[in-house]
Design a protein around this ligand. Structure first.
Ligand code: OAD
Length: 249
């Protein structure tokens, strides 16, 4: 049964010109990065209100930065997995391939993906709270907590979209227009609960795209998906890739 579904997914992809993948924390789970809402998810151990809101940062920037510093340490110690690698390779296989991620871990870029929209920011970027300048910072651990802008001395904050904040309009516009113009959207490793990211597959479906979901558990999107592949992204994506390579060497 599952192998039939894999073959159907491969057939949809083979016939597609424009493929978009939307990823969430689940694609990095097999690398060892904690997800947010699963059994050991971050939001089961920590309160988002204390760590991932503008109010939390205004109240206690040190606490917020200690938490991000801890997460940066985890991410620095892991590697992209075969799921990330397959999506990076598909940039070459599908001329119109585009990747939209909710992840801030930077693992897609480390795997080699270049056509990448990071909806929620990037944990390796910092932003000056005074003039909004964004720069990269790869120190693990951070040199000082909370870090300060080397130019003006103002507090730096993580370049991450927190609860209650808007996504960057350019990135969001691009994500919506890619979603509205694709033939197939792969929705991988996301609980499909956080908007506006969770709206993108509906936008794609409304424009005629086929939806392929890859996730070990069901989500609000599962019933809407044309094909729902239950399992791990790091196993399913390479399996589909093997089928595609068999079909077109
Ligand atoms: P969640 O933690 O909400 O969901 C992770 C999903 O990945 C779940 O549906 C799991 O079943 C699935 N999953 C787990 N292991 C998997 C595997 N090996 N392969 C495929 N899927 C697997 O994470 P997101 O949906 O990404 O915001 O959460 C959305 C946003 O909520 C995040 O971007 C984050 C959070 O607050 C910010 O960081 C700004």
């Amino acid at each position: 049964m599952l192998s039939n579904e894999f073959a159907s997914a491969a057939a949809l992809l083979r016939d597609a010109e424009r493929v978009v993948a939307l990823t969430g924390a689940g694609i990095s789970a097999e690398s060892g990065v904690p997800t947010f809402r699963g059994e050991h998810g971050l939001w089961r151990q920590f309160r988002a209100e204390d760590l991932a809101t503008p109010d939390a940062f205004a109240r206690d920037p040190k606490l917020v930065w200690e938490w991000y510093d801890w997460r940066r340490g985890i991410i620095a110690g892991v590697s992209p997995n075969p799921g990330h690698a397959t999506l990076a390779a598909w940039e070459k296989r599908f001329p119109g391939f585009e990747l939209i991620t909710q992840n801030v871990d930077g693992l897609h870029a480390r795997a080699g993906s270049t056509r990448l929209a990071e909806l929620h920011g990037n944990i390796w970027k910092v932003r000056c709270t005074k003039d909004e300048t964004v720069s990269e910072d790869h120190f693990v651990p951070l040199k000082t907590i909370p870090p300060r802008c080397p130019q003006c001395g103002a507090l730096l904050r993580p370049h991450i979209v927190w609860f209650g904040e808007s996504l960057e309009p350019d990135v969001l516009d691009r994500a919506f227009s890619l979603s509205g113009a694709c033939d197939v959207m792969l929705v991988i490793g996301t609980s499909a609960l956080v908007h506006p990211a969770a709206s993108l597959p509906y936008r794609a479906a409304a424009s005629g795209a086929k939806i392929i979901e890859i996730n070990p558990t069901t989500t609000p999107l599962t019933a809407e998906a044309d094909i729902a592949l239950q399992g791990k992204a790091g196993e399913i994506l390479p399996a589909i890739d093997r089928l595609l390579r068999k079909e077109s060497p």
